[in-house]
Design a protein around this ligand. Structure first.
Ligand code: SAH
Length: 409
């Protein structure tokens, strides 16, 4: 089944809403938290479970934001809810649609910070790529988001809210009593591959994913959710136990020497430790493989020898290798590997028995591709000289600026 949302290249500013400060937002509360909040607002204990279920369905199954529309609640109870609570998702500031149909949302959260959310329609699925932090602390040297300083962790409501606002924009809230199949849903898959390191914001990510998986709500299967991590080893076991979703690892290098440079967290959790944690990940099987992401950087990590080392490393782990042609960004100290190099690398991995798809860059024209996300307010915190120095690379060529030329970073 092909999913086809309306396509039109555009950048659309969306009017701002006033911020609510004094009423609690119900979005993002776990079921027990929701029930406790309802009781604290005067809901009799005996009714609390029923009210929790009713509100949960209105919010997550039907996409309703207005208490007045909750027709199975008495009028005075709705008024009470309105006094204490709001149902709010982050605000879409702009929506940009790529020529290939990819949509990028710039989203504003409390405090005026911004994150990006990307929707990628494909033949047989629609994937929503969501963010877990504003910025990122990891400083991976090839990643644009990594040049932005962390501002803060997102709350569970801000994380699950990204799914809800995309559903609003795509017009995807089901009609009452309709339960579309996963394959025909516009948002059929979720990837935590936007801005931030999800395992550095574990509790909020877990709570948000539990809401996303809840059968009485957004109802996405855990097998359609992929959490991507650079390898925060102590949290990997917790991910298996407390979320149970699919795992993707940003590997990008096969020796500690190189990975220390590309993915600096490797200095804390080196490759051997990472692989011990992966071998212990629950439910690993051919149908539940670990995805290894591997960015193809020209002359850095893309040789045949790298490919062979990679195959050795993953031996015995049900795995898929996702090769990501490097996406360029202004001032990036790397180049994308040539196509025949990527294919030769992919072939070695494939011949060793692993799927080795090459990820087609999506939404490049709108800077929505992997590693390109970065909120406009935070651009150019670091310049390309600092980035190159941190990556241990030669100083980039200096650009002579004409008077009045825009800043180049
Ligand atoms: N912090 C998490 C989630 C980010 S996922 C993680 O590290 O996994 C984003 C993916 O895109 C990661 O695999 C990241 O390493 C990769 N990536 C970052 N910058 C990139 C770039 N410029 N080109 C291609 N892939 C990139």
């Amino acid at each position: 089944m092909t999913v086809t949302p309306p396509i039109a290249p555009e950048a659309m500013p969306i009017p701002r809403k006033p911020v609510e400060a004094d009423r609690q937002n119900l979005v993002g509360l776990t079921r027990p938290q929701l029930r406790a909040a309802l009781v604290a607002a005067g809901t009799p204990e005996k009714q609390a479970k029923m009210r929790e279920v009713q509100l949960w369905q209105w919010i997550y199954q039907k996409g309703v934001r207005d208490f007045d529309a909750m027709t199975n609640l008495a009028k005075d109870y709705r008024a009470r809810l309105k006094e204490h609570f709001v149902i709010e998702v982050p605000e879409i500031v702009t929506r940009t649609v790529s020529a290939d149909g990819t949509r990028k949302y710039l989203v504003r959260i409390a405090g005026g910070h911004e994150v990006e959310v990307v929707y990628i329609p494909e033949e047989d699925r629609g994937t929503l790529c969501i963010s877990s932090q504003v910025g990122c602390t990891l400083t991976c040297t090839f990643c644009h988001t990594g040049t932005q300083r962390l501002v803060r962790n997102l709350t569970a409501g801000e994380i699950v809210g990204q799914i809800m606002l995309a559903r609003d924009d795509l017009g995807e809230w089901p009609e009452l009593g309709r339960h579309p199949k996963d394959e025909t849903r516009l948002i059929s898959n979720l990837v935590l591959m936007g801005m931030g390191e999800p395992l550095y914001n574990f509790n909020s990510v877990r709570d948000a994913m539990q809401i996303a998986m809840d059968g009485e709500g957004i109802s996405l299967s855990r097998r359609r959710i992929t959490l991507s991590t650079c390898g925060v080893v102590p949290e990997i076991a917790r991910t298996g136990a407390e979320i149970g979703c699919m795992l993707a690892i940003s590997l990008h290098a096969t020796t500690d020497d190189l990975r220390n440079k590309l993915v600096p967290i490797n200095r804390k959790y080196p490759i051997a430790q990472l692989f011990d944690a992966l071998r212990a990940y629950p439910k690993l099987s051919n149908s539940e493989r670990i995805t290894f992401e591997y960015v193809m950087l020209k002359g850095i990590n893309d040789s045949d020898a790298d490919a062979r080392r990679l195959v050795k490393l993953i031996e015995g782990i049900p795995a898929k290798i996702n090769l990501i042609p490097f996406n360029e960004w202004p001032g990036a100290p790397y180049e994308r590997s040539d196509w025949d190099r990527i294919e030769s690398f992919a072939n070695i991995v494939y011949k060793a028995g692993y799927a080795s798809p090459i990820r087609t860059p999506r939404g490049e024209d709108i800077m929505a591709a992997c590693g390109q996300l970065k909120s406009a307010t935070e651009r150019s915190r670091k310049n390309r000289f600092q980035i190159a120095a941190e990556a241990g690379l030669p100083e980039p060529e200096r650009i002579v600026r004409r008077p009045n030329a825009p800043d180049v970073h």
